[in-house]
Design a protein around this ligand. Structure first.
Ligand code: NAG
Ligand code: NAG
Ligand code: NAG
Ligand code: NAG
Ligand code: NAG
Length: 448
């Protein structure tokens, strides 16, 4: 009797061991659910690999981990991402970007007109919704969700190529401030791309998950997302396994572009001091803009960067020649080399007042969430501009602790969405899950 029991025991043990070894040595199952970050300017797709427990952000053929959020229509094709951007110069009126700013939103006619004036393509009002006018062989309109669907389709295909399995399901992130309608239209865009959406999560929640904050014992998480043109600050509260957005605030006119603009102004003034006239040619200004952008990026790593740009200036000398004085635009004078060094210190001085503005919405969310800054357990930085050392220092000095920065700030959102996709896909080994309680009554405070 006891022998039988121990034999059954051994069989069970053997089965258990076989299962365990099988899990150890069989190739782990491929991810079937993708995580999508559909951004205003860039999009990324990621998956969670159950075997290694790691997130892979999927790269395109050229190794790039995000694609520009642009879609271009030609007489023969609809192109998305980098291919669309390559066409943008020659086909500006049929190359649509920023569709996320329009998706699922009802506009007052005047507001939509003002918005539309900012773009090289035509935006029309269809009973409060935005539509884009495309003129190729014939003229037609497309919706913001159609534009988004082309980007999502491109990312679905990138994932299928990389994983070599068909992908039919996804988790997608949206800004915390998106209302139900904007979320529904984002889901509709995914459906148009042939994807079923298992869950929609907020971008700040995704960023917190990228740092594994759903698995550790933290209550209050502050997420600062500073991109090219906008700042979003969110205060999350985690209880049990659930994240709740307690407060959000931001500035939709503050970002990396503004810091570059200050550097450009400085470079223009230096050129004027040195040569007596400011650069006025469009191409010269374009080249200067590219040079200051490169210098700005360099200054996050190096204490100093240099700008070297040939300029075609109409200096008193060059305009003595009869040609150039008659047609200042037509015949550019010979180039002079403009160079200047920019130290990190100078860059910080030029932007200090803008950097200080970052703390305004931070203080607002703390006040609205009725929280002391000492009660914030973790601070998460998202968006390329949070690489700027002065901004990191400003935030760590304000809170008296270091922010979480180990994940690439451009990929933090997609990393978190991919983790959520792994959880939804029931990946092995089991992950601690986090769910989100949508806060319907929350409004974003905007400073700008
Ligand atoms: C558009 O017109 C071009 C020539 O003008 C033609 O080659 C092309 O096939 C047309 N495309 C469509 C979709 O009709
Ligand atoms: C226009 O929108 C309103 C509400 O947003 C809706 O009630 C109405 O049916 C719409 N009209 C058309 C023609 O779609
Ligand atoms: C969003 O979609 C859900 C489910 O399809 C629907 O019940 C709800 O009415 C929609 N809300 C809006 C604002 O479109
Ligand atoms: C940026 O830094 C690299 C080396 O780190 C250097 O080769 C390059 O010239 C720098 N560019 C500028 C604009 O200073
Ligand atoms: C970042 O997040 C992790 C939780 O995953 C935490 O342990 C760590 O202390 C945090 N802070 C910093 C400065 O990295």
């Amino acid at each position: 009797m006891s022998g039988e029991i121990s034999m059954i025991g051994s069989v069970i043990l053997a089965l258990f061991l076989a299962g365990y070894l099988g899990q150890q040595y069989l190739p782990p199952p491929k991810p079937r659910v993708i995580g999508l970050d559909l951004g205003t300017t860039f999009c990324s797709v990621g998956v969670f690999h159950p075997g290694s427990g790691e997130v892979e952000v999927i790269a395109d053929e050229e190794g790039r981990k995000s694609i520009p959020s642009s879609v271009s229509f030609t007489t023969t094709a609809v192109l998305s991402g980098h291919e669309a951007v390559e066409l943008a110069d020659n086909n500006p009126q049929n190359t649509i970007y920023d569709a996320k700013r329009f998706i699922g939103k009802i506009f007052e006619p005047e507001v939509l007109e003002q918005e539309s004036a900012r773009y090289p393509f035509k935006v029309i009002n269809n009973n409060g919704s935005a539509e884009f006018v495309i003129s190729t062989n014939h003229t037609f309109t497309v919706s913001p969700e159609f534009i988004s669907s082309r980007l999502l389709l491109k990312m679905k295909k990138m994932a299928e190529r990389q994983l070599d399995v068909p992908i039919l399901r996804a988790v997608i992130s949206v800004p915390a401030e998106f209302d139900e309608r904007q979320r529904n239209y984002t889901v509709r865009a995914a459906n148009l791309a042939g994807l079923e959406v298992l869950r929609v999560i907020n971008e700040p929640t995704a960023a917190a998950m990228a740092y594994g904050l759903h698995k550790v014992d933290v209550f209050n998480v502050l997420v600062v997302d500073l991109g090219g043109g906008t700042l979003d600050v969110s205060l999350l509260n985690k209880q049990g396994g659930m994240f709740l957005t307690r407060a959000m605030a931001g500035n939709n006119k503050l970002g990396g572009q503004d810091f570059s603009q200050r550097l450009l102004q400085y470079a223009m003034e230096r050129a004027q001091q040195e040569f007596g006239v400011p650069p006025t040619l469009k191409e010269d200004i374009h080249r200067l803009r590219q040079a200051v952008e490169a210098a700005k990026l360099n200054l996050t790593l190096n204490p100093s960067a240099s700008i070297r740009v040939p300029l075609h200036l109409h200096t008193p000398d060059s305009s003595e020649s009869p040609d150039s004085s008659e047609s200042p635009e037509g015949s550019a004078p010979p180039p002079v080399l403009f160079q200047t060094a920019i130290t990190r210190e100078l860059f910080e001085e030029l932007n200090e007042d803008l950097f200080q503005k970052i703390l305004v919405p931070v203080e607002t969310v703390l006040a609205e969430g009725r929280l002391d800054k000492q009660e914030v357990d973790e601070i998460v930085l998202v968006g390329g501009s949070t690489r700027i050392p002065r901004i990191r220092r400003l935030i760590s000095e304000f809170f008296g602790k270091e922010p979480n920065t180990s994940v690439d700030p451009d990929l933090a959102v997609v990393t978190g969405v991919a983790i959520q996709a792994g959880i939804m896909g029931g990946s092995w080994p089991l992950q601690v899950s986090a769910i989100e309680i949508p806060n319907r009554h929350l409004r974003k405070t905007n400073f700008s």
